[in-house]
Design a protein. Structure first.
Lengths: 161, 280
């Protein structure tokens, strides 16, 4: 391999060390090297949002960050968020309300929705939900059911506080 | 698509980044937030031999009031600027524009300096800087220099930056009691590049306006001031300002020139209203 870069990072709580090609994007690294295929590759230029993952607690486009840039960071993917139960209520609401059809956008939709809900100090309005998810394309649902699901979870969590 | 092969290195200081740029000349590119650069690499619109990652350079992401100016470090992320109290208080036009830049995941990575250096003609920040009469601090092999926003944006993705230079900070005049600002844009999806947008600043003097600066974006190769419209608006005549709109947009993938010109007039009316309302 030419232009190899050594990286050491935490992925879903596990320490990982790799030697990556400089040109490999974060999402390709997660999928091809670590077999974490829940993050999807759509447009590969930052428009569709299917590759959304968390780096150091912030959501980012996995296609617009290089794996080489992730040295020393803490990366979380849908596999991590799912296993820890952090998005369990969102997953249940998505299923209940048919907020997914083909499922391609769903991992990133959940990650982006969780980003909004974990920061929100009050139940976000439907406009705020739409605004926060505006960077994530869904070509099946027409978004309405997704907004319903996220709103229901926001209300549920507010009651549980 | 996947990027063509390139080498990757991290610069720890501005000096190191400039030295690397000087050594590799046109074959190297600086990597800041990467939200435009990595997309163009993925599409193979750009294929440098070397990426110089400047994200690790310290003290380049501060936001602070310095005298009559607000200084924003080149590596300040959009999300950081969006949530900054200093920006909200002293640079309200920037605060107003921020939510229009990309989407949350983009704003978490994209940088203030990167947006200015890239100079996309449909981007918000170059137009804001032009509307505010800001200046750009540039470091190069021969030290630092400053360039006014009016002289910085030269052509399509072309700026006053020389090949071996980098932006280190951007300075914006701090708002005072007389400062009026306005911002509006039309995009197909919130967060996408604007079809047409307008960033504006002025001074409120009693009932009227002076020092009107209207910076349109998405209407040409660079953010563009509509100076005849500025003069008409300073004279208090919105209809005349719309009629006088001295813009010459081209057709693009989003809209025809005629549509853009019409939409620019729509935005001018909206923004004129914002400028004429006194700030609390």
């Amino acid at each position: 391999m030419i232009n190899a870069v050594d990286i050491s990072l935490t992925v879903n709580g596990e320490r990982v060390q790799s030697c990556v090609d400089a040109r490999k994007t974060l999402v390709d690294y997660l999928r091809d090297d670590l077999f974490l295929t829940g993050s999807h590759v759509g447009c590969e230029h930052g428009v569709c949002g299917a590759c959304t993952v968390r780096v150091d607690g912030e959501i980012v486009r996995g296609c617009l960050m290089l794996a080489a840039q992730c040295d020393g960071t803490k990366v979380e993917t849908i596999e991590g968020l799912s296993d820890s139960g952090e998005v369990a209520d969102l997953q249940a609401a998505f299923e209940q309300r048919n907020a997914l059809q083909c499922g391609f956008c769903t991992p990133s939709m959940l990650t982006a929705a969780q980003d909004l809900l974990k920061r929100a100090k009050k139940v976000p309005s439907r406009d705020e939900i739409r605004e926060h998810l505006s960077g994530n394309y869904c070509r099946c649902t027409g978004y309405h059911a997704i907004v319903d699901a996220v709103e229901a979870v926001a209300q549920g969590r507010a009651k549980g506080r | 698509m996947k990027p063509a092969p390139f080498a990757y290195t991290r610069a720890k200081t501005v000096k190191e980044a400039i030295t690397l740029l000087a050594r590799h000349k046109d074959d190297a590119r600086l990597l800041a937030g990467g939200q435009s650069l990595i997309a163009t690499l993925n599409m193979r619109l750009s294929a440098p031999d070397l990426l110089i990652d400047i994200n690790g350079i310290k003290n380049l992401s501060g936001i602070a009031k310095k005298g009559k100016y607000i200084e924003v470090g080149a590596l300040a992320r959009h999300a950081q600027v969006e949530h900054s109290d200093v920006i909200a208080k002293h640079a309200p036009l920037i605060a107003l524009a921020m939510p229009h830049i990309g989407h949350p995941a983009i704003r978490n990575r994209g940088t203030f300096g990167g947006s200015i250096a890239f100079a996309d003609p449909a981007a918000e920040l170059p137009a804001c800087l032009l509307a505010l009469g800001g200046e750009i601090e540039i470091a190069g092999p021969r030290g630092k220099r400053k360039v006014k926003a009016d002289a910085f944006f030269k052509g399509l993705f072309e700026t006053a930056l020389r090949p071996q230079e980098m932006i280190t900070a951007v300075r914006i005049p701090a708002a005072d009691k007389t400062t009026r600002i306005g911002f509006a844009e039309l995009a197909r999806r919130h967060g996408d590049y604007a079809i047409v947008g307008l960033a504006a600043s002025a001074r409120g003097n009693g009932k009227g306006l002076s020092d009107v600066r209207l910076a349109f974006f998405g209407v040409g190769d660079t953010p563009t001031r509509a100076k005849k419209a500025e003069a008409a608006l300073a004279a208090g005549d919105v209809d005349a300002a719309v009629k006088a709109l001295d813009l010459d947009p081209n057709d693009d993938v989003q809209a025809t020139a005629k549509t853009k010109k019409h939409l620019a007039g729509v935005l001018l009316r909206r923004v004129a209203k914002q400028l004429m309302e006194a700030r609390g």
